[in-house]
Design a protein. Structure first.
Length: 467
């Protein structure tokens, strides 16, 4: 059983929405999940259409009982929401425990002891916490194996994140309990420059702790909460549901990898810093195996493309080799007809350089430049477009554009050579805008000079696929 606390001292960052939809998506993936509400406002029950007036016993009754030889019976406070998805709700009377247990020693241990009694019943426990430090937040942190901090990409987000890390560090030193820390970017609006800058800054500061998935701003998520339904029930076809399904699968993959190695980020009791411990899993999930197969295929395509570029000067035109004195003279290549990395028919019809040695072609600098234009940049294919970029010392390259709702996580490029990244997209004929995201930083395509000004005062690259 994996226990995850959703915690952040900053209000309005979406803790309850994350708790509800993460639990629902874990259940959808076949994992037995229970959500525990430690917020006296009882928003978890409200967001799942459980009326407070019908809640006779709640988590308050569990925490009010002292730890003993016989653990409390959680079944009497558990509500079934759907298949594989249960809820332990709270009521407003939960707030009184803060005062009543103020002088009780080891009060934060009670929730952990209660959850241990159902270890064999659930795969995941998701704990929603209040936005303030105290007994309830401490109980969640003590019971948790890991903490997920949802951070909205707004102005005060980085400050709130620092305060939350300080709280976890203090509790870690006090209890001498290791905690896995991961950070989720939430309410992300790719259209705003501020959101992109904050996400980039978070990845620079806490890159190893960040989930690769982020939750985009989506009105369907708010609508589903107001109607008491998780997004998996309210609108399973929405982008908000797709984001949370991807998020839940990443949580599962990280958990499965942790069973074979160590957690990605561990708050080690013996140090004052968050240590990054990147461990490679001993086994790959089916999704990872599929990605590896796709990477091999793309690498083979790249090798074939490079081999072809060494023998072709124009699309479909072989290098002419002749011993005649007339053809030995090198012809001047015409100006390139390459627009946005895609050669036009006019460019293909221009004369090309002629090799003077039938065994060794002449490496003309102008022709070499034309080859590079065909290898790097966007290239129109019969069944879509191949995006290729050369980046030195990059760990992660993604592609964002109007073809994927400007969500770079949906289109990661494959690393096929030392500094070469590429991806092939099945784009229909048309006009598309795009940008690259390299290690969290938005950049333009250096091989494509066809650009347009976007509404935020920055430039987008443009590629046109002919019909």
């Amino acid at each position: 059983m994996r226990t995850i606390a959703i915690a952040n001292q900053k209000g309005g960052c979406g803790k309850t929405t994350v708790s509800i939809n993460l639990a629902a998506c874990l259940a959808r993936e076949g994992r037995r999940t229970v959500a525990v509400d430690l917020d006296p406002q009882s928003h978890l029950a409200l967001g799942l259409a459980v009326p407070e007036e019908q809640i006779e016993t709640s988590v308050t009754d569990i925490l009010a009982e002292p730890c003993g030889d016989t653990p409390p019976d959680l079944s009497r406070v558990t509500w079934q929401i759907s298949s594989n998805f249960d809820l332990i709700p709270s009521k407003t009377d939960l707030s009184r425990l803060e005062r009543e247990l103020a002088a009780v020693q080891d009060r934060e241990v009670r929730l952990h002891a209660a959850l241990e009694s159902v270890r064999d019943k659930y795969d995941y426990v998701i704990i929603d916490t209040p936005p303030t430090p105290g007994f309830l937040t401490d109980s969640a942190l003590y019971a948790a194996d890991e903490v997920i901090v949802p951070v909205d990409t707004g102005y005060f987000s980085l400050h709130g994140l620092s305060k939350q890390l300080d709280t976890i560090r203090q509790r870690r030193d006090q209890w001498q309990r290791p905690l896995t820390l991961r950070i989720l970017a939430n309410h992300y609006d790719v259209r705003t420059k501020l959101a992109r800058e904050i996400l980039s800054e978070m990845r620079k500061r806490h890159g190893d702790a960040m989930f690769s998935t982020f939750i985009n701003f989506n009105t369907k998520l708010k609508e589903s909460a107001s109607l008491g339904q998780p997004i998996t029930e309210y609108d399973p076809a929405s982008s908000g549901c797709r984001d949370f399904v991807k998020f839940a699968r990443e949580v599962i993959a990280l958990n499965e990898a942790a069973t074979a190695t160590k957690p990605t980020i561990v708050l080690d009791p013996g140090t004052d810093k968050i240590k990054a411990q990147q461990q490679q899993a001993k086994s790959l999930t089916p999704e990872q195996q599929s990605l590896m197969t796709r990477a091999d295929q793309l690498a083979a395509d790249a090798s074939q493309l490079l081999a072809t570029s060494q023998t072709l000067i124009g699309p479909g035109r072989p290098l002419h080799e002749t011993k005649s004195d007339e053809n030995k003279a090198t012809q001047t290549p015409a100006a390139s007809g390459n627009v946005a990395g895609v050669e036009t028919k006019e460019a293909a019809s221009q004369p090309v350089a002629v090799a003077t040695d039938p065994q060794r072609p002449v490496h003309d600098p102008a022709e070499t430049a034309r080859k590079i234009d065909r290898i790097y940049g966007p290239m129109a294919l019969d069944d879509g477009c191949l995006f290729v970029i050369r980046v030195g010392n990059a760990n992660r390259v993604q592609l964002a554009g109007d073809f994927n709702d400007w969500n770079p996580d949906r289109t990661p490029l494959q690393h096929v050579d030392r500094d070469m990244f590429q991806i092939k997209l099945p784009l229909r004929p048309g006009r598309y805008q795009y940008r690259y995201v390299i290690d969290g930083e938005w950049r333009n395509d250096p091989e494509n000079h066809n650009v347009e000004l976007n509404p935020y005062g920055e430039l987008n690259n443009v590629v046109e696929i002919a019909g």
